[in-house]
Design a protein around this ligand. Structure first.
Ligand code: NAD
Length: 349
């Protein structure tokens, strides 16, 4: 039975409160996990709860950590995530960046060494809701999963890139993707559902193409391929340079760990401080109308951000149909901190 999103969010927040998170942090973690499911990115949704609790137990994820500003030079803010909960670290970093952009016209916000910050589009949406354009480069240092272009073994993270563009009263354009053909979580979702992976996505440990999602998690592990051949590889490397090396944060060094940490370099821009609000609105609207002004027969053109919005609108009505494996894992995680699934989910448990 589908679970209403609000009920799922309350349940997940109760799990994190029971694990020791303050109410505000537990609410943020739950909100962002469920928002990923609503956007159709189950790889970043409530299926991560069990892994997050395991990370708390190992000491890899520090609940109730507060974001620390390490350096403040006007339009540049360097923040330490201290392995705190990513939803709390990234939203606090964006709040600081938005306030600074309003004052300075532009801000560069470095978020170093946070625990998993989830769906990067969420941070672009936060900036767009404040009327600001943003660009985000992210690395995943402890989690090499992607081969270099021409390589056969995992050398980089799935290093996502995102950019957000507010559109006045309309919906923002949100570009948000991993630089690998598939995100790791998507392969995990295929493995749970006993599905094969399409060609051109995955190599096994011997460097041969495979359609078996289990190959990525085998010992020794396989590797994902970058999207767009050398181009995706180049963007993944730029993410590693910008979010890792440039910030003095962790970078890939071949020391695998179950922890999912992220660093993020965000550039936040006020259209009013560049070409001006009116010019931005006029050029943006004309550009988007031109780009979407023709389509192939039987095809539709969507702007980035639209598929997620359409799914959100539908799933808010229908509820979230979690697969049996995810429900069971969630119930197990809840029980491990003394939370009863049935008392939160009722008939939907
Ligand atoms: P994806 O391949 O589903 O691409 C999503 C992007 O493409 C969105 O901007 C979406 O609006 C756009 N899009 C999809 N279909 C479209 C269409 N038909 N026309 C126009 N635009 C379209 O994303 P992904 O690479 O699987 O990444 C999934 C999520 O995983 C992202 O939110 C990403 O931030 C997240 N991620 C996070 C981490 C991390 O470590 N925190 C790592 C990797 C990925």
């Amino acid at each position: 039975m589908a679970v209403p999103a609000a009920r799922l969010e309350d349940y997940v927040a109760a799990i994190f409160r029971a694990a020791g998170s303050a109410a505000g942090e537990a609410g943020l973690i739950a909100h962002h996990l469920v928002a990923s499911n609503l956007a159709g990115h189950d790889s970043h949704g409530v299926g991560l709860v069990r892994g997050y609790l395991a990370a708390v137990a190992r000491g890899d994820l520090r609940l109730n950590h507060r974001l620390a500003v390490m350096r403040d030079s006007g339009s540049v803010l360097v923040c330490d995530g201290g392995n705190g909960a990513g939803a709390a670290m990234a939203s606090a970093a964006m709040d600081l960046g938005i306030a600074r952009t309003r004052r300075e016209g532009a801000a560069i916000v470095a978020l170093r060494d946070s625990y998993h910050i989830g769906r990067i589009g969420a941070w672009a949406e936060q900036c767009a809701a404040a009327g600001l354009v943003s660009i985000h480069f992210v690395n995943v240092p402890a989690h090499a999963a992607v081969a270099a272009f021409g390589g056969t073994k995992a050398r980089l993270g799935t290093n996502p890139f995102a950019a957000g563009f507010p559109c006045g009263e309309g919906e923002p354009v949100i570009v948000d993707f991993a630089t690998s053909r598939w995100a790791v979580g998507k392969v995990q979702v295929a493995r749970r559902a006993n599905k094969r992976v399409p060609p051109g996505i995955l190599l096994d440990a011997e460097g041969r193409e495979t359609d078996d999602p289990a190959a990525l998690f085998a010992a020794p592990p396989g590797a994902l391929l970058p999207f767009g051949e050398h181009k995706g590889f180049g963007l993944a490397l730029a993410c590693e340079m910008l979010a890792g090396a440039l910030l003095g944060a962790e970078t890939q060094r071949g020391e695998p760990s179950p922890a999912i940490t992220n660093s993020m370099l965000s550039v936040i821009l006020d259209p009013g401080a560049l070409g001006g609000e009116a010019a931005y609105a006029e050029r943006r609207d004309a550009l988007l109308a031109w780009v979407t002004s023709e389509r192939g027969e039987g095809k539709e053109i969507m702007l980035p951000g639209e598929p997620e919005r359409m799914r959100r609108a539908r799933l808010l009505g229908e509820g979230l149909a979690l697969d049996a494996g995810t429900r069971a894992e969630l119930a197990e995680a809840a029980a491990s901190v003394g939370v009863d699934a049935a008392s939160h989910l009722g008939d939907c448990a």
